[in-house]
Write a protein that binds this ligand. Structure first.
Ligand SMILES: Cc1cc2nc3c(=O)[nH]c(=O)nc-3n(C[C@H](O)[C@H](O)[C@H](O)COP(=O)(O)O)c2cc1C
Length: 375
């Protein structure tokens, strides 16, 4: 697909409409997808992280979802350079990020993250902490490199997410996104491949959703009723790109309904290519099905404006520019409400401004060297 001119006249009109998620009005339909950058030594987002996000807000991104940021639990992370969402200095850094994004006219939510069994013991920032997950099973199926979570662990992690959400509201963020995607902790519970529990948190899809649903309810309780709670989920896992949580709309509904019931205000359905139909017999993508099944606003994502999906980016490959006519058609049909953009926005802080003003010929291809700096 190449960039075509008709998009230019339609893009501003379709993408510039505001949209409401609970108490938040997002000024347009463009979302910055969460992208781990590892530029926050000691877990503290500094001046460069502030200007990185503020630059994109100033250029028209309606809602920024920050890179994944660790909740305050010793086993949450694996890097000292990923920002943390706990600790005085770390939260002070985040408060400045939110203030700068607001000053630039944008809105922003932190993506709250616990990596579960992806962690290896010895990893920073808390080297002695064990890897924990629903059943002590890693994404590749191996056992023995961590342990199954106890009741105490479940409560501690739920508490850490709730505390982080309360902190987000206190320091001026516009909502939170809970990272339930890509094979990290919450997804390890959702996915039968990593959840072999025989207690109330394992078994069928509803039982596997129980941990996330309790966590959402605790987060909901910790923040104001109109403070948006977004839940990101995916079929694919970081070490298993073909994995699926649900083979049918009915199975998907079994997972999403309890989450919506627990207080999720919007879902962020992570796919690698937004144009792929999710189930046989319908053109709807995963976000489309999510919206249809839950009635909640849905964010789509995956290769917007680019060919070549994110997996190729993880292998160090670039991608060329692709048109967005089909995306605009889907937005116009209300298949989904918002559109998250990852690599194209990582590459080019001006991406939203260019698209909103129809300057398609100025869009840049994605080049993997963009990962090296926070420009
Ligand atoms: C460098 C990089 C880091 C990422 N980090 C995260 C992350 O922290 N949390 C998350 O949910 N997704 C993460 N993703 C996935 C993106 O949010 C997005 O879903 C993916 O890149 C597909 O969108 P795109 O094709 O527009 O790049 C990351 C992607 C990239 C390229």
């Amino acid at each position: 697909m190449t960039v075509t001119e008709p998009s230019a006249s339609r893009a501003a009109e379709i993408l510039s409409r505001p949209v409401t998620i609970n108490g938040l009005t997002v000024p347009n339909r463009i979302v910055m997808a969460p992208m781990t950058r590892k530029f926050s030594p000691g877990g503290v987002p500094g001046e460069d992280v502030r200007s990185y996000y503020a630059r994109r807000a100033a250029a028209g991104v309606g809602l920024i979802v920050t890179e994944g940021t660790y909740v305050g639990h010793e086993s949450a992370g694996e890097s000292d350079d990923v920002p943390r969402f706990h600790g005085e200095e770390q939260l002070a850094g985040w408060a400045r990020v939110a203030a700068d994004v607001h000053a630039a006219g944008g809105t922003i939510v932190p993506q709250l993250w616990h990596i579960g069994m992806v962690r290896k013991q010895g990893d920073p920032p808390f080297a002695d902490a064990p890897a924990i997950g629903p059943s002590g099973i890693r994404l590749d199926g191996t056992e023995g490199a961590g342990r199954a979570m106890t009741r105490t662990d479940l409560d501690a992690v739920i508490g850490a997410f709730a505390e982080a959400a309360a902190a987000a509201e206190r320091i001026g963020f516009d909502g939170v996104e809970l990272h339930g995607a890509h094979g990290y902790l919450l997804d390890q519970f959702l996915w039968a491949g990593t959840n072999r529990r025989t207690d109330a948190y394992g078994g069928d899809a509803v039982a596997r959703t129980k941990f996330s649903a309790e966590l959402v309810a605790a987060v909901r309780e910790a923040v104001s009723p109109d403070f948006p709670v977004i839940f990101r989920y995916s079929q694919w896992k970081s070490e298993n790109y073909d994995a699926r949580l649900a083979e049918t709309p009915q199975e998907l509904e079994a997972i999403l309904a309890p989450l919506a019931e627990a207080g999720v205000d919007a879902f962020h359905a992570s796919t690698r290519r937004y144009w792929s139909p999710e189930f046989d017999g319908s053109d709807l993508n995963l976000a489309g099905w999510t919206r249809k099944l839950t009635g909640r606003p849905a964010i789509t994502v995956g290769s917007v404006g680019l060919d070549g999906d994110v997996i190729r980016a993880f292998m160090g490959e670039g991608a060329s520019v692709q048109g967005i006519d089909d995306l605009l058609d889907r937005l116009e049909r209300d298949e989904f409400d918002l559109v998250a953009v990852g690599r194209a926005l990582l590459q080019d802080p001006q991406w939203a401004a260019k698209v909103l003003s129809g300057r398609f010929s100025e869009l840049l291809p994605y080049d993997a060297t963009a990962l090296r700096t926070l420009s």
